[in-house]
Write a protein that binds this ligand. Structure first.
Ligand SMILES: NC(=O)c1ccc[n+]([C@@H]2O[C@H](COP(=O)([O-])OP(=O)(O)OC[C@H]3O[C@@H](n4cnc5c(N)ncnc54)[C@H](OP(=O)(O)O)[C@@H]3O)[C@@H](O)[C@H]2O)c1
Length: 321
């Protein structure tokens, strides 16, 4: 079968599609014929050896993917022919993948394989960030950095699913249009976003900031928070890890909370399934519908990851098998 492999840590341009043997499923494994693989930021970091996890070379890329169950163990809740979405720390970018049933989720009939492959990592992260870490309540306002990206669009939609108002922060008009199409109530440009937030909230600020960018946005993000607001640290696409002067937290009674979805979810059997079940009604109502803006042939995962690295990707990209 074809598999997308990292054989040296030289980034997306060095990825290889190689012929490898099909996996033999363990007795508890579900075997999936893969139809679509999401293009995710951790894939980019893994291809450069910059991710927190460092698999031995060569390894298979692919964090989230969707396909059809070929075989499943009795009692797993899955059967041959089921349409599913899946998530792994890495290894999903191949024609056939074997994985534990805990990482496999039923795909509602209305959701395509492309959308299924766009969801697990970003939407489960957004759900964990907003529900578990921020304790988001209906009627609160969420500011979303990198709002036209994968996690950003997921956050807009999950926040709306919980009845929150969303303000999207973006770097270009095109990204603003995409954030709006994904469901954002308002859009502000990243340059000067604090003034935009204050204006849109009558000076009060927002209840939650979802920050995938980090870097020099941090201080104005903290200034954007209303009293008792929570800033969620999710990623550092801006390239630098900011420092927080903790007097700011005391002055306005605000929190900075870390979000490490994988570290929490992947070691708690059943947790991801509960999260998925919280999202299914949002998928069925249409509020959760990932904007898959571009699809690529399997062999072009490297091109898709380069778009992500160069800040040109919109929404989520997916490669098709
Ligand atoms: N903590 C967790 O559990 C968790 C889970 C999943 C993902 N993540 C992390 O979340 C981050 C975002 O992932 P994603 O899939 O949303 O990525 P993405 O689709 O590439 O979106 C990231 C956004 O960041 C903004 N950005 C600002 N400076 C950038 C730069 N120098 N290069 C690239 N983008 C830049 C861009 O928006 P503008 O151009 O509009 O500024 C871009 O749309 C990544 O760091 C990822 O590793 C964390």
């Amino acid at each position: 079968m074809r598999a997308l492999q990292v054989t040296r840590l030289d980034g997306p341009a060095a990825l290889e599609v190689n012929d490898v043997p099909e996996p033999t499923p363990g007795e508890d494994d579900v075997l999936v014929d893969v139809r679509a693989v999401g293009v995710s930021f951790p894939d980019l970091l893994l291809s450069r050896g910059e991710y927190q996890m460092k698999p031995d070379l060569p390894f298979q890329l692919g964090v989230d993917f969707a396909g059809v169950v070929r075989t499943a163990p009795a009692g797993s809740g899955f059967a041959a022919g089921d349409r599913v979405a899946c998530v792994l720390p890495w290894g999903g970018a191949a024609e056939v993948v074997a994985l534990g049933a805990d990482s496999v989720f039923p795909l509602p009939g209305t959701v395509s394989f492309e959308a299924g492959a766009a969801m697990p990592l970003n939407y489960l992260t957004a759900q964990f960030a907003l529900a578990t870490r921020a304790g988001l309540r209906e009627g609160e306002t969420v500011l979303v950095h990198g709002a036209a990206g994968g996690v950003g669009t997921a956050t807009i939609q999950v926040a709306k699913g919980y009845g929150a108002r969303t303000i999207a922060v973006v770097s270009t008009e095109e990204k603003g249009d995409l954030a709006r199409a994904a469901g954002a109530d308002e859009v502000v440009p990243v340059d000067g976003f604090l003034a935009g937030v204050k204006e849109l909230t009558d000076g009060r600020g927002v209840d939650v900031v979802m920050d995938v960018v980090g870097g020099d946005l941090m201080t104005d993000s903290l200034r954007s928070l209303a009293p008792l607001g929570r800033l969620l640290v999710v990623g550092f696409t801006g390239g630098t890890i900011p420092e927080v002067r903790v007097n700011r937290l005391l002055l306005n009674n605000i929190d900075v909370r870390g979000v490490g979805w994988g570290a929490h979810a992947m070691v708690r059997p059943g947790f991801m399934r509960e999260q998925w079940e919280a999202l299914v009604p949002m998928m069925e109502s249409g509020v959760v519908a990932p904007p898959v803006v571009r699809t690529y042939p399997f062999e072009e995962m490297g091109t898709a990851l380069t778009e992500l690295a160069e800040r040109r990707a919109l929404g989520k990209s997916v490669v098709l098998l």
